[in-house]
Design a protein around this ligand. Structure first.
Ligand code: 3ON
Ligand code: FE
Length: 488
């Protein structure tokens, strides 16, 4: 690995260690995990599915940004104290064609260009559906998700790609289906059974948000569409029993450098610090009026949760001071963390009667990838799990996981610094458990010392004791994005 200067302000990690987690993993494996430290809890049964960029290059040409990397699914199936690993690339049209050609044939949304300079890229407006952001099992189908296009369906056991998935004709070809569905644990329209709520955005000078609800058998239970003024980059949303809540970031889109073959579409997003961030509150009944409430300017990718209580709507979100782009760094591996704002967790209190809001910072420490007990999605909740930086201030890679008691403010941290790097923590409730934090937190960690990835299982009621089991893979999995645990 080439040695580059370490611009990061933090001394708790080495830039080369961090970079080494962004090596492509072209291999596909299937094996029983034998190197296990500690004991897998016998009542933890099911499969952790994760998605993320598996390739950081195409035919040796590096991607411009990891979000442009081809989607690779990993599945770790756990049962009877044993664990089985499998990973497979999603055979998207782009992956198949580029692997056959041995070179990039598509532009990426985050700035990856085809070889040949602007002339070779200008006016190529095809979107390469890279299926790299999330994976979820719903209605008997395993779906790989990427927010700007339709899902891919995968075989739940072999992870083989079965093709593009239109959800029984609900989606039209090319229609987007976000990578952040939410599972409502109990929905009026599905007989108080769980339902999967998701959205798709069609953006332009104004934007159309489609909202879908699917019953557990995969059947569409409800659909409604809404037009909102302006360009909208909506990565995630939050739900309560009565509302879907979106944050319209204060950004504008200047397509000229994209059309001219100079930049990716996402690099043409401009943050406007003088404009408010707008909360868009869409009633889930599909007919009551949509409300908007202006908030302090910030940029949000991820919401932790929302809930309704005492006539108010609460929303917990990871906010950045501005769009966290690479600040002109030619190479994302040389990103200067100190110049990029860190995400911080804020709580927004929205008063729908007054149309007013208040905001309070809950977590100043750099954080991303919030998660909670799935039974509390859209409901009042007490415990939040989130990836955090090792240091309490400034921006740095995620190296630790933090549990926050939102009632008392108590925090518990387990850090993998200096040589471990963290991703999204996933809370899995203990079967028949009663307390909200009864269960486990599962996280994939990259260990730069061994250059391999590990799955750590923590007891959610005792984060500070560290992992109760560490499942060591024989190789690395590049830093991932999102996933879900399917209990069986
Ligand atoms: O032209 C429009 C603008 C645009 C950006 C329309 C559009 C739909 C084509 C579009 C596309 C957006 C896409 C494809 C977004 C994909 C996002 C993605 C793959 C990942 C986002 C991740 C967010 C975060 C916060 C990740 C954090 C990671 C870490 C802290 C470290 O691992
Ligand atoms: Fe996301």
């Amino acid at each position: 690995m080439q040695t580059l200067p370490s611009p990061g302000a933090s001394t708790d990690f080495d830039m080369d260690d961090w970079r080494s987690g962004y090596r492509s993993q072209p291999n596909e494996y299937a094996y029983e995990i034998e190197d296990i430290e500690g004991t897998i809890p016998p009542d933890l049964q099911g499969t952790l599915f994760r998605n993320g960029p598996g390739l950081l290059d195409v035919g040796g040409q590096p991607v411009h940004h990891p979000f442009d990397g081809d989607g690779m699914i990993t599945a770790i199936s756990i049962g009877d104290g044993k664990a089985y690993f499998r990973n497979r690339f999603v055979r998207t049209e782009g992956y198949v064609k580029e692997q056959a050609a041995g070179k990039p044939l598509y532009r990426g949304v985050f700035g990856t260009q085809k070889p040949g300079g602007p002339l070779a890229n200008a006016f190529d407006l095809r979107l390469k559906n890279i299926a790299n952001t999330n994976v979820i099992y719903w209605g008997g189908k395993l779906l790989a998700l990427w927010e700007a296009a339709e899902p891919h369906q995968l075989d739940v056991t072999t992870l083989e790609t079965l093709g593009l998935e239109y959800l029984d004709g609900v989606l039209k070809p090319g229609e987007s289906f976000s990578a952040h569905p939410r599972i409502d644990p109990s929905c009026d329209r599905t007989n108080q059974q769980p339902c999967l709520v998701n959205f798709g955005v069609k953006t332009g000078l104004s934007s159309t948000i489609s909202i879908y609800e699917f019953a557990t058998n995969g059947r569409l239970a409800h659909i409604h569409r809404h037009n909102i003024p302006g360009f909208a980059f909506l990565h995630d949303f939050a739900i309560t029993p009565n509302y879907c809540i979106f944050f319209q970031n204060p950004v504008s889109f200047n397509p000229v450098p994209y059309l001219a073959g100079l930049k990716g579409a996402a690099e043409c997003i401009q943050f406007n610090p003088k404009q408010p961030t707008r909360a868009i509150i869409i009633p889930r009944d599909g007919t009551s009026p949509v409300q908007t409430i202006d908030l302090q300017p910030c940029f949000v990718f991820h919401h932790a949760n929302a809930f309704e209580t005492d006539g108010k709507l609460y929303l917990d979100s990871v906010c950045y001071q501005e769009f966290p782009d690479l600040k002109g760094a030619e190479n994302y591996l040389e990103a200067d963390f100190s110049r990029i704002p860190e995400g911080q967790l804020w709580r927004f209190e929205l008063d729908l009667d007054q149309g007013s809001s208040q905001a309070q910072c809950l977590l100043e420490r750099g954080c991303e990838f919030p998660h909670l007990n799935p039974n509390h999605v859209g409901r009042p909740y007490r415990y939040l799990y989130i990836g955090v930086a090792h240091q309490s201030q400034g921006n740095a890679p995620l190296q630790a996981i933090l549990k926050r008691d939102l009632d008392t403010g108590k925090e518990e941290i387990w850090s993998f610094a200096p040589r471990g790097f963290a991703g999204e923590p996933i809370f899995v409730p203990r079967p028949n458990g009663t307390a909200e934090d009864e269960g486990w937190v599962l996280g994939m960690f990259y260990n730069a010392a061994s250059r391999c990835t590990e799955l750590s299982i923590l007891d959610a009621q005792n984060i500070e004791q560290g992992p109760i089991a560490t499942l060591k893979l024989n190789h690395h999995v590049p830093y991932g994005l999102h996933g879900n645990f399917t209990q069986n």
